[in-house]
Design a protein around this ligand. Structure first.
Ligand code: PLP
Length: 386
């Protein structure tokens, strides 16, 4: 029986921050509808708008351009559809360009027919092939009209951070629209929608220490917007109907305030992550550190050991009290290597393990990880000797 567990799976979902928990508890008592004009309704409305300002501040956007959704999956499902509007005029998005290492929310192409979706490859470090993007943006095909580029800013499995400014500049120069899935980047690296030159950012609350079930689509204030996905009342300025999920939104806001204030701490997180990485390379001299030569999120390490099945190692870690994942939470449970590994040219590996740490991981987390790692190495050595 393991006495205490060590959680190294922040990219799947980060622990709820105490500040988020306490505003959520208060929000549960704020039972009124935020659209009601009476005193209780206005109190609930204030909590929603406070959260909106916090999300806007996290990415340097105008609060008026933050639309709350039930999560990044909903934000992506809303965005990735051909029917948009420019002001009040309908506008058709003709083509969608995504990245082969994207999270399934964008990789799947949403509601675009497959023949209108182009996937751009990545190099061995997981970085988007800019020459391929340039060629796709310039390609003349039968689908004339506006092109949307939607892709991850930081990868959920490898932590690799894309050259977002360059990608945005290239996209805008071609007259196309650029949306970044910034779910894994938010609260871990500096995010500024204007400095990036992005038109849209997708955010999720539970990756930065807020509750599940809240997210946002943030725009840079462009006149272009996708047609509403959820229709009904006029909530969220007509972009997303439905009575606001006040406790989740309030918790998201509180987490965003803390995440924005916490960024300098990420230097220490990165130093600790590097020590996890050293532990891996010391234990296995043939370990493959994925995305090692690219800029990476400070909290993420994705590694493989040739000949060793990631799922088997994950179970060994779990039994030793260490929670980490073999690939992303969404792709775990599936048989075969992740599409991210395949896109990077490592489809021959028997999967990879993702360590994603957080503020609370500390030395105790590293110690538990290295102890478990040693027993896995010992078993491998015994297996080889047998
Ligand atoms: N995009 C990325 C990169 C993710 O890692 C995830 C969650 O795993 C999502 C989108 C989906 O976010 P949500 O859980 O809020 O729907």
């Amino acid at each position: 029986m393991v006495a205490s567990r060590v959680y190294l799976d922040h990219n799947a979902s980060a622990p709820l921050r105490p500040a988020a928990r306490s505003v959520m508890l208060a929000a549960l008592d704020s039972f009124a509808n935020p659209s009601s004009v009476h005193t209780e309704g206005r109190t609930a409305r204030r909590a929603v708008e406070d959260a909106r300002r916090a999300i806007a501040a996290l990415v340097n956007a105008d609060p008026a351009n933050v639309v709350f959704t039930s999560g990044a999956t909903e934000a992506a499902s809303w965005l990735l559809r051909p029917n948009w509007r420019m002001g009040r005029a309908p506008l058709e998005i003709a083509r969608l360009i995504v990245c082969a290492a994207d999270h399934p929310v964008t990789l799947g192409g949403g509601q675009f027919p497959a023949e209108r979706v182009k996937r751009i490859g990545v190099d061995g470090d997981g970085l988007l092939r800019l020459d391929e993007l340039q060629a796709a943006l310039g390609a003349k095909d039968q689908h004339l009209g506006v092109t949307l580029v939607a892709m991850h800013l930081a990868n959920n499995e490898t932590g690799v951070i894309q050259s977002a400014r360059e990608i945005a500049a290239m996209t805008k120069a071609a007259g196309a629209v650029i949306a970044f899935d910034a779910v894994q980047a938010a609260g871990r690296i500096e995010l500024d929608i204007e400095a990036l030159g992005a038109d849209f950012l997708l955010l999720s609350s539970h990756k930065l220490g807020g509750p599940k079930g809240a997210g946002a689509l943030v725009s840079a204030g462009v006149a272009l917007m996708p047609e509403p996905l959820v229709r009904g009342g006029g909530q969220e300025r007509g972009h997303r109907a439905g009575t606001e999920n006040l406790p989740a939104i309030a918790g998201f806001g509180a987490a965003a305030v803390e995440a924005a204030a916490d960024l300098s701490y990420m230097v220490e997180v990165a130093a600790l992550r590097d020590r996890f990485e050293q532990a891996v390379t010391l234990a296995f001299d043939d370990a493959v550190i994925l995305g090692a030569s690219a800029p990476r999120l400070p909290n993420t390490l994705f590694f493989a050991v040739p000949g060793m099945k990631a799922e088997t190692m994950q179970i060994a870690f779990d039994l030793a009290g260490v929670s980490l994942s073999a690939g992303s939470a969404c792709s775990s449970g599936k048989v075969g290597p992740s599409h991210v590994l395949e896109a990077m040219g490592f489809g021959n590996l028997a999967g990879a393990l993702r360590v994603s740490i957080g503020r609370e991981t500390g030395e105790a987390g590293l110690l538990a990880f290295t102890t478990a790692l040693r027993s896995i190495v010992a078993r491998r050595t015994k297996g080889q000797a047998a």
